[in-house]
Design a protein around this ligand. Structure first.
Ligand SMILES: Nc1ncnc2c1ncn2[C@@H]1O[C@H](COP(=O)(O)OP(=O)(O)O)[C@@H](O)[C@H]1O
Ligand SMILES: Cc1ncc(COP(=O)(O)O)c(N)n1
Length: 264
């Protein structure tokens, strides 16, 4: 069995973060492991508080996983402060996992900040260059590339600028745009467009977490980057199509719609 690790924040309401990652990985038939970087008291509507795990315990968790069950791929999600980023980067440099998908999470769907705004420089310096695939959404790509994005060609220009900062592949996600849900992948040479229909729903809590975990799972399963992203995109689209209208805000994706529906 392939093994995949998520290094991210905990969403106690189960729709995003570590919990979305573990559900996505399990649905892909890989063995899922987790390193918790922050405990976020959040739900579909709001973020109440955030408590970071100490850098030492982040590093201890990474040692515990890597010395025993070396993952075939790793996904990194929410990293709230430079000390968390440095701890994660130090251990990733030490263990050198083969595939590393990094989702540079900055805000929750309800607008609450999940990354300290002063930490963008540390994200670019310590974390971004480690990525096999970096998956910013449009606001995150704007912040990292330091430009506004209003069109698909702007998404491509942002991908070019971010690629030049050192990651192997950049996927600028178009969930925050209008029209079809179009994501742009750049590998330093050419662009691939992944375009699926936009589903008209507010229940998109956890889409970015799910996409990056699905990409990491597909890389662990042996797919190349283009195939891994294409399969992951289709997985997210179906998760949104069957998303659950539960909670008071943006409901979560459905990872098990083939077996269970909202009525169950
Ligand atoms: N309403 C939607 N219908 C279909 N796909 C969507 C929808 N919203 C987001 N997506 C897709 O979900 C993935 C996550 O995108 P996005 O919402 O941009 O990221 P994030 O969750 O990090 O903000 C992307 O593949 C995007 O195209
Ligand atoms: C702990 C945690 N990590 C990430 C997100 C972003 O989720 P999304 O996938 O909706 O962008 C979140 N709301 N909470």
């Amino acid at each position: 069995m392939k093994k995949v690790l998520t290094i991210a924040g905990s969403d106690c309401s189960g729709g995003a973060g570590i919990q979305a990652d573990l559900k996505t990985m399990s649905a892909h038939g890989v063995f899922a492991m987790s390193v918790i970087v922050s405990v976020v008291a959040e739900n579909t509507a709001r973020v109440i508080s955030i408590e970071d795990i100490s850098p030492k315990v982040i590093e201890d968790q990474m040692d515990a996983v890597f010395e025993d069950i070396f993952p075939d791929a790793v996904k990194v999600g929410m990293l709230s402060t430079p000390p968390c980023m440095q701890a994660v980067a130090r251990k990733l440099r030490q263990y050198q996992p083969k595939h590393l998908v990094i989702d540079p999470v900055m805000y929750a769907k309800n607008g609450a900040p999940l990354m300290n705004p002063d930490a963008v420089g540390a994200l670019i310096e310590y974390i971004l260059p480690l990525a096999t695939v970096l998956t910013p959404n449009i606001p995150e790509a704007e912040c990292i590339a330091k430009m506004e994005i209003h069109s698909v060609s702007d998404m491509e220009e942002a991908a070019r600028r971010i690629h030049a900062m050192g990651c192997k592949n950049v996927l600028v996600k178009g969930g925050h745009a209008v029209g079809n849900a179009l994501d742009v992948l750049y590998d330093g040479q050419s662009f691939h467009h992944f375009e699926n229909e936009r589903i008209d729903t507010k229940n998109t809590h956890g889409t970015g977490c799910t996409l990056s975990s699905a990409i990491a799972s597909n890389l662990a399963l042996g797919h190349d980057v283009v195939k891994a992203v294409g399969l992951a995109k289709d997985y997210v689209t179906e998760g949104i199509r069957h998303s659950l209208a539960i909670g008071k805000g943006c409901g979560p994706l459905n990872h098990f719609h083939a077996f269970f529906s909202e009525e169950d």
